[in-house]
Write a protein that binds this ligand. Sequence first.
Ligand code: ADP
Ligand code: ZN
Ligand code: ZN
Length: 738
Amino acid sequence: KRARMIPEPKANSSPLVWVIAVPSPLHRLFEYLPPDGEAFNPACGARVRISFSGRDVIGVFLESRLSRLPNPSTLKRVTSVIDVAASLLLHEQSALLQWLSDYYLIPPGEAYLLGLSNTERKGNLQWEPPLDHVVLREGGDPLATIPKRARRQRDAIALIGNNSVSIADLSEQGISTSVIRSLLSLSLVEKVPSPPISRHAKRASPDLTEEQKRVSIELISKLNHFRAHLLEGITGSGKTEVYLECIKAVIANNQQVLVIVPEIGLTPQTKARFEDALGCEVPLIHSGITESDRGRSWALARSGLAPVILGTRSAVFCSFRSLGLIVVDEEHDPSLKQQDHPRYSARDVAIKRAQLCNCPIILGSATPSLESIANCDAGKYQHHILSERPQGTSLPSISLVDTRGLALASGLSDQAITEITRALSRDEQALLFINRRGFAHSLQCEDCGWVAGCHQCDSSLSVHRNPPHLSCHHCQTKRSTPRQCEECQSIRLSGRGVGTEQLELLMHRLFSDMPVFRIDSDSIKNVDALTSTLDSISAAGSAVLLGTQMLSKGHNFPKVTCVVVVDADNLLFSPDFRAEERLLQLLVQVAGRAGRATLPGKVLIQTRCPDHPLIQEVANNAYSEQARRLLARREELSLPPKGAMGVIRCDASAETNAIDFLDSLKKQLPSTSHARLLGPMPTLMTRRAGMYRYQIIIHGPTRREVHVVMKKAIEMGSQQKLARKVSWFVEIDPTETL
Ligand code: ADP
Ligand code: ZN
Ligand code: ZN
């Protein structure tokens, strides 16, 4: 878009002002006068420097208009325009960020900044791709211009030919930079950035199964317009190959693809697999890489040089020259929802984005969210199914182990130990899933029942052995392990509930010559550590893998043939309305780690509730039937995906402040028959990190009614007497109501 001339202001009319999105927690835009002597409006989305509350900050120009203030000439002036030629925020991206602000009730200034990389937010110039390749200039015969004795120059011209060749490659072949310099000064060659497709695909795609072919053809036939597609394929059914087929078709059409995965930990494997299959670099966008690498990825996306970008949540805001497809893998995963400010669901934002770009979006999962299933049933999404694994491997057989009355060794039944032993003796791997890290869940007095609790939270402290200490998994408080009960001074204290450390110890004892890989947030501190552990696992022969959720997500473990879910019950009874959906997804995903190559697998689920319908259904391998049963229950109870939900949360160090704030706020909110307000009520863990946490839950038939209440809450909330003594926020579509 080109800059436009501002019309001459009419005499006596109020001056034109610029509307700026300013990063601040205030839910409004701000008016500034244009900079002195500025005759042009920048393009919408251009960065400007302004002074705000006495600080120099970067804002985003949105439009110019007649001021809405009575006395606009007293407004401050914009200091300067950073993006004079073109704006960084492209049109469709600005529309997305405006929608984000309206839908998630995020202050507009904060929403607009999400569309810029960190370096751009600081006002730095745009990253330019290095000109590290050379091509021949058009026209003429360069060899005719170069004298015969300039042998190196002639060699260089021959090597370059019709291609774009990297200067580094030329120097490896004996063409020094001084030779290149002389060719440049003769205007025979010119420098260009590296072309997007710089390598050859290392891996040909496998012969697709009939199902994969059918689904790919169907998807590829619908690439030219917006449509949400749910790709429901059992674990190991080859969803990634289907994504790749579609991605190749989009690239061939000179368009770009955005791929979103829920965890940073999934990016290295996916990146490697995509680069091998596509033959191009796939830049990453996530918080685990340096700011300058991220800036580079943003620039590659914006310039169109990168055909595919892979990232986690925040990548959904990246700008693309020409976006042709979005893929959201593991679309059911709660990590796609940002749980701190700014709160948004990357999956839902991605769907909106696809709609604004008029391109398709593929949501993939073995265990789709109930929302997405409901959208398929309502005809809003198109449903595609992959029901079998290629290479003919069957899904693992699942059996339940009723642990009532059994003597367990560090949480494991004899039957589980036997199966693990068998797998190891066949040179295969065993995977143990347990959702607690540490040695034991809590420390209890055997004489009076006292449990060591956290002073900051309504929670017990977990026991850790290495080094020995007690730790709270909710607020990270650490304490030394007491020798005596604080109530009765007994020294008979013992750990309750098995954690990963204890299981690791048992595995070392039972299988002393076997490698044991523990994967939890204590043992794996970053992506590099995870990647190198995953590499060691795939290089190892027989081995034991044990860990928490980290182990359950998306990774491929072809040698695992035995999976043990150590304790399904501690997930079973939670008052959150999504708890059953989560547990079902988790169990199916963990079970799906087994038997992914050509080896058949076996899954044992240890439980004291073998008759629970949910556990029964998992054993019968029927995710979709079970999901539909849960969906019908939500429908009956009018819980999402039926209707809409919002929450107003308030945290305070004095409990009465949290309650009083919400009480007085609630009195000012419209309570119609359309939107029901429940609360104030305590969250499940009422006290956490020293704060009391209360909430009001809003139910409505559609989002519109819930939005009306929430907008009012934002308006009235900051006017409450207690507003400065509490911290509070609103959230639409909360994923946890605890
Ligand atoms: P998903 O993403 O559905 O869990 P993947 O795409 O990771 O499944 O595929 C699982 C495994 O099967 C991978 O090792 C993949 O290379 C392999 N695979 C996928 N499709 C085929 C095929 N058509 N023929 C042979 N192997 C395949
Ligand atoms: Zn005691
Ligand atoms: Zn705590």
